[in-house]
Design a binder for this molecule. Structure first.
Ligand SMILES: [Zn+2]
Length: 662
């Protein structure tokens, strides 16, 4: 387990590089990521390549015993290229052209840009084909950042029509699948289709869902072009990409198939500010362990490690507020990544830049080259992690997460308070507060490896999903399905049968009514003899095969069934027709884990979590006070001891459920 950094040698005088690279090696850095955004340096004029500077930097890194990770520079096509081919630029929905002068200004479906991409990627790959110091590649940078997974240009409309032809064949089929008799939205020919244009009111939901699918497919296809070109030149290289926190523009589960492993960019104090809740003071200093854990558990494939391509090194330029991270936070984040399955953590960036748009973004070194707070933390993390050689994380529980459900629910929120991610996090947080190890996987993933499964808002459902879940449950699996499951078909139309449509037999109940409830209306339900709060959404259930285990206690729903349980052979299906607050979520997941024989911990305090990997458990303290760990007498502390200071970590050779935290 090692650390790395991202370096931009082109930003610094050549005579400084030797010192920079030596200081990287001194800190225990193993990988140096470079060349991201450097197209204009690598090809100052069409066909005039200048690789000499990058050769020198790669050579220096090799001389100091480190490896280079190169990036394709396609996130920033240079000025001369945009001037030659202005048609490569993205368009916003209102027709505004996203011009050169920042980044990510290209369209994934531009045939011209795909040719230009192939040209620069091939030139770079061939140049470095036999370089022993290049370990692998990152394609592009943060696909879809700044809303750029969605483009509305003519090239995209043409590509969308081709995509729809492939899917539906003709207009009659599309009309039938989408349901276009509503508001005279019938098409006479697929030639009439466009990407969603500016309209007075909302768009047809099936049109939007397919546009989201198409946009994701466009990025995946564009990435595959790059990955294939790189592997054609040297199949020893790894190929990865740096995704973003809770990002929804691209189906990561699908794109990961074209990568050796996924990477993501972790900015804990930035991303935590996107949460729709009041933050604890400590969260501004260190982020939230579950927000980080969720992304690690999402980008990690079930059997493979993942990488952090960019780890926050200090204060950063883009969140609303940027307090200095707490003392030790940059070390804690590296530990937290490794605990959740990462094999490599690259800090972004090596040195605060004196030019351009990110001058307020810290590096491991200050802009005069001296060590910053992050450098000391990175150095300490490298020392801690150097001796570890760990197997991948093995999760007890899966949460099913599908991008299509999220896309379909986008225009169907039916309440300003509904949020796909916030609802998913209710269950994630509850599971993690009981020490469970979680994988976030697609709904078609192999489920047999998991003792328990939470099917999160399986909004679009068909017979094949029902059969897949039925196999899991009849095989002895314990399944919890959350609200808003089985509402629509894959084309985004309501099922003919009542909700949960094809999942009704499995659930053993149907939804009689649903309602979204504003915060000022009281919402309580009973479960197993106790009363609990819930929020935002209520379903009134009609149970047939299932037993009613929870009832609404308030409002018009009072007395109606809210939670059911269906025992199927050795397995069970619990259906939760509401959005539980934390206490009820805790009861629901502890019952689920109990049925599945997954050992649990006492309920952990906010900001303190355990993470288990290969026989070790990390106790992560994301709070402002110290916490104590009670471990079995023979359990060795690999890092730290029984007292975990604020923003610190202890690592103990014992399973999570054998620890108590106070
Ligand atoms: Zn476009």
């Amino acid at each position: 387990m090692t650390i790395g950094t991202c370096y931009f040698p082109e930003h610094w005088p050549r005579e400084r590089w030797e010192t920079d690279v030596k200081e990287m090696a001194d800190a225990g850095i193993e990988y140096v990521r470079m060349a991201e955004f450097s197209w204009a340096e690598l090809e100052p004029e069409r066909g005039e390549f200048d690789f000499a500077w990058l050769d020198d930097a790669v050579e220096l890194i090799g001389e100091h015993g480190m490896q280079a990770v190169l990036c394709t520079p396609t996130a920033t096509p240079p000025k001369w290229l945009v001037d030659e081919h202005p048609d490569i630029r993205q368009e916003a929905q209102d027709g505004t052209v996203k011009d050169w002068g920042s980044r990510r200004h290209y369209c994934f479906n531009s045939p011209t840009y795909r040719e230009e991409t192939a040209r620069i990627v091939t030139a770079m790959a061939e140049h470095f084909a036999d370089d022993p110091h290049v370990a692998g590649w990152q394609t592009d940078n943060e696909y879809g950042c700044h809303g750029t997974a969605h483009c509305f240009c003519e090239d995209c409309s043409a590509a969308f029509r081709d995509w729809l032809r492939e899917r539906y064949g003709d207009a009659e089929t599309l009309n039938e699948r989408w349901g276009t008799s509503f508001w005279s939205q019938r098409y006479d020919s697929l030639d009439q289709l466009e990407v969603p244009q500016p309209t007075p009111y909302n768009h047809h939901p099936s049109h939007l869902l397919d546009y989201n699918r198409f946009s994701s497919d466009s990025v995946i296809e564009y990435n595959r072009l790059q990955a294939d070109l790189l592997r054609d030149v040297n199949d020893e290289w790894f190929v990865t990409h740096n995704f973003m926190s809770e990002y929804g523009g691209v189906d990561v589960n699908e794109m990961r198939e074209d990568l050796d492993f996924a990477g993501w960019d972790s900015y804990p104090t930035g991303h935590v500010q996107e949460a729709d809740r009041d933050l604890r003071d400590a969260e501004f200093r260190v982020g939230n362990p579950d927000q980080l854990g969720l992304n690690h558990d999402l980008y990690r494939a079930p059997d493979a490690p993942h990488w952090i391509m960019e780890q926050q090194p200090g204060d950063v330029n883009w969140p609303p507020h940027s307090p200095q991270p707490g003392e030790g936070a940059m070390r804690l984040w590296a530990h937290w990544a490794v605990a959740h399955g990462a094999d490599e953590v690259l800090y972004f960036r090596w040195r605060r830049c004196r030019e351009g748009q990110e001058q307020y973004h810290a590096g491991l070194r200050k802009h005069d080259g001296s060590a910053d707070r992050g450098y000391r933390d990175a150095d300490a993390a490298a020392d801690d992690l150097d001796d570890l050689d760990l197997d991948p994380v093995e999760a007890d529980v899966a949460i099913l997460h599908d991008f299509e459900n999220m896309w379909a629910l986008g225009p169907d929120r039916h309440s300003p308070d509904f949020s796909y991610w916030a609802h998913l996090k209710t269950y994630y947080r509850a599971l993690r507060a009981r020490g469970a190890t979680v994988s976030i996987v697609s709904q078609s993933a192999d489920l047999d490896r998991f003792d328990a499964v939470v099917g999160n808002t399986l909004y679009l459902a068909d017979e094949s999903l029902a059969a897949h879940l039925d196999d899991y449950v009849t095989g002895g699996g314990d399944l919890l399905l959350t609200m808003r499951a089985g509402v629509k078909d894959r084309a985004n139309q309501l099922h003919e049968e009542l909700t949960p449509g094809p999942l009704a037999n499995l659930v053993g109940a149907r939804v009689d009514q649903h309602e979204s409830v504003p915060e000022q209306i009281e919402t309580r339900a009973t479960y197993d003899g106790e009363t609990y709060d819930y929020r935002t959404w209520a379903e009134w259930l009609d149970a047939d095969a299932a037993a009613v285990v929870g009832r609404h206690e308030t409002g018009t729903a009072a007395g109606e069934a809210a939670i059911t349980r269906n025992e199927v052979d050795d397995g069970s299906v619990t259906y939760v027709g509401l959005w539980p607050e934390a206490d009820l979520a805790d009861r629901l997941v502890t019952d689920l884990l109990g049925r599945a024989d997954v050992p649990t911990t006492d309920r952990l305090p906010e900001g303190v979590r355990l993470a288990e990997r290969d026989g070790l458990t990390w106790v992560g303290n994301f709070t402002e006070g110290a916490v104590g760990v009670d471990a079995p007498a023979d359990a060795e502390f690999v890092v730290g001891d029984e007292t975990v200071p604020s923003f610190d970590v202890s690592v103990v050779a014992a399973p999570a459920h054998e620890l108590t935290v106070e």
